[in-house]
Write a protein that binds this ligand. Structure first.
Ligand code: BG6
Length: 539
């Protein structure tokens, strides 16, 4: 993760257009995207994408490479080899990718170059693309690849596994046995890196098994496990908010913080992924990975530096300190027919009596000096009332009743909300005196929106991850130990035979989730922040 400071834009106050009961911070704006100051092109390499015809390649990797090309962050000598089963000409692959990029650019709702692609930028990428037909489990594929990679610029190669999880092991094994993961002399002094997307296993045992398999053929330092949440600027900014502001860190502890809520609510359903979802469910899909990553960023101790190991060590300590969840700490739900559409069981490829959860809420405790006794409430779900990924940190009430007629517990608590998606920014709820002759206290909100300060960059969220991998900066990637401690914390919930079956409660599509999730917080005297409120506030 680059730590080059971005020069802030010159500040120019704008008229206050904030809605009542909300005070905006002063804003400024850019006309042109801020240049990635001080950033150099990554070293030359060949990027080998297994799964060249897949969705991930089309929707995220190619757009990200295009954006990196525009920013001048790729080396001229770079090559991109796409491997997939099925014979195909390189030109046909290029054309297919070109069309997808054009569609994204034409989609008004996307942030990808709304309007038009730049022909020169696309041609730059297109010239570097080469298609190679090959089965992911066949020796021939890897023999052919080896010949091709003998010419790799600088000897450097990144193998990106944009494939279904069942291919992870065979691909890594073939790469290892063909000697393609060997660095140093065999690779003309170049690096060999392996990028893997989740799922990293489906429970503790399978995650250990996958890690052990990979580490038979590659060093841990060669493995880049992606959690795409960490590619989001707003997620990386959690550390900036915490460690670059004297205001927050002193209160960032159990003495001042009452509770933390981490939400990843989606309005979409399973979108044709019924088969995958039936086997995965919301909990495995989101909790021990994306939501735990957010938890790690919020709860980790300050690292000594921004060195990859320093940051990852501190995050690992948090996953290790999570008190193992019991079935009592978790609520599962499944969407039923409601204002937002059909029920989950009516979706294609879903069993008519499926008990797969499309919603999961969890109460997480971190057993360490800083966080003992502070509940972290996590929730995620499909077909909820609004799309909103955010973290709300609620502070404890002030210690005594200073305002004569206002009991301390009637004051609105201070809440710092870090908005990850689709709103990008922060807001802070605090109290002020209301205007007028009587001393009365009223709650207001101050908010910061990225768009008010920084020009929108066409970013699909994989740019930083790809660039960092090319640079060899593993800060934003998952280490084997953290993957395993995360699964370990949730394992008893995943294996109901050892703790009683997890009930799955219905909720109407388009609602706030199952009522039982409210009860989970009510036990501690807390309540979820309403999703609907957020939709209104963020406008
Ligand atoms: C993926 C999950 O990892 O993350 C999806 O498999 C989910 O089910 C997605 O929709 C959410 O990511 P984002 O970036 O759209 O919030």
């Amino acid at each position: 993760m680059s730590t080059t400071p971005n020069t802030p834009a010159a500040s120019s106050s704008q008229p206050d257009t904030a809605p009542a009961r909300s005070c905006k911070v002063s804003t400024s704006s850019h006309d042109a995207p801020p240049s990635p100051a001080g950033k150099k092109p990554a070293p030359p390499c060949t990027l080998v994408i297994f799964g060249a015809g897949g969705d991930l390649t089309k929707r995220l990797l190619m757009p990200a490479l295009y954006n990196l090309g525009i920013d001048g962050l790729l080396d001229d000598g770079m090559k991109i080899v796409g491997v997939n089963h099925g014979a195909r000409e390189t030109n046909a692959w290029r054309e297919d990718l070109h069309q997808s990029l054009q569609q994204f650019a034409a989609d008004k709702a996307s942030t990808f170059h709304a309007g038009k692609l730049d022909d020169d930028a696309w041609n730059w990428v297109a010239q570097r693309l080469e298609y190679m037909a090959g089965e992911f489990e066949s020796d021939d594929t890897f023999a052919q690849l080896k010949q091709k990679l003998a010419q790799s610029p600088g000897g450097n190669v990144i193998f990106y596994l944009a494939v279904g999880a069942r291919f992870f092991k065979p691909i890594v094994e073939h790469l290892g046995k063909t000697g393609l993961l060997q660095e140093g002399e065999g690779a003309n002094g170049g690096f060999r890196r392996l990028v893997i997307e989740k799922p990293f296993g489906t429970d503790l045992a399978s995650a250990r098994d996958l890690n052990a398999h990979i580490l038979q053929y590659a060093q841990e330092s060669q493995v880049y496990r992606i959690d795409h949440f960490l590619g989001k600027d707003t997620v990386q900014s959690i550390l900036a908010v915490r460690f670059a502001n004297a205001l927050f860190e002193p209160v960032w502890r159990r003495e001042y913080i009452d509770s933390v809520q981490i939400t990843a609510a989606e309005t979409i359903g399973v979108e044709g992924r019924g088969k995958f979802y039936e086997q995965t469910g919301a909990f495995r899909d989101m909790v021990p990975n994306h939501l735990f990553q957010l938890l790690g960023m919020v709860a980790m101790e300050p690292p000594n530096s921004f060195d990859a190991e320093a940051v990852r060590d501190k995050k690992a300590e948090i996953f290790d300190a999570i008190q193992p969840l019991t079935p009592d700490d978790v609520v599962f739900g499944q969407y039923e027919k409601g204002p937002a559409g059909v029920g989950y069981r009516e979706e294609p490829d879903v069993a008519p009596r499926s008990t797969t959860e499309t919603y999961a809420a969890a109460r997480v405790l971190i057993e360490n000096w800083r966080w003992a006794g502070v509940p972290f409430y996590l929730r995620t779900g499909k077909r909820l009332a609004t799309r909103c990924t955010e973290i709300s940190v609620q502070l404890k009430p002030v210690p005594f009743r200073l305002f004569r007629d206002t009991p301390v517990d009637a004051l609105t608590p201070n809440v710092l909300t870090l908005r990850i998606d689709p709103a990008h920014g922060t807001s802070f709820d605090f109290n002020v005196k209301t205007p007028g002759p009587v001393m009365q206290v009223g709650a207001v909100q101050s908010s910061f929106d990225y768009a008010d300060f920084f020009a929108e960059r066409a970013n699909v969220g994989y740019e930083t991850l790809l660039y960092d991998c090319m640079l060899g900066d593993a800060t934003l990637f998952q280490r084997a130990d953290s993957i395993e401690t995360s699964w370990c914390a949730v394992d008893s919930v995943l294996h109901p035979e050892s703790g009683g079956a997890q009930a799955v409660h219905g909720y109407a599509a388009g609602s706030e989730g199952p009522a039982q999730a409210d009860a989970l917080l009510a036990r501690d005297g807390h309540a979820w922040r309403p999703l609907q409120r957020d939709a209104v506030e963020k406008k």
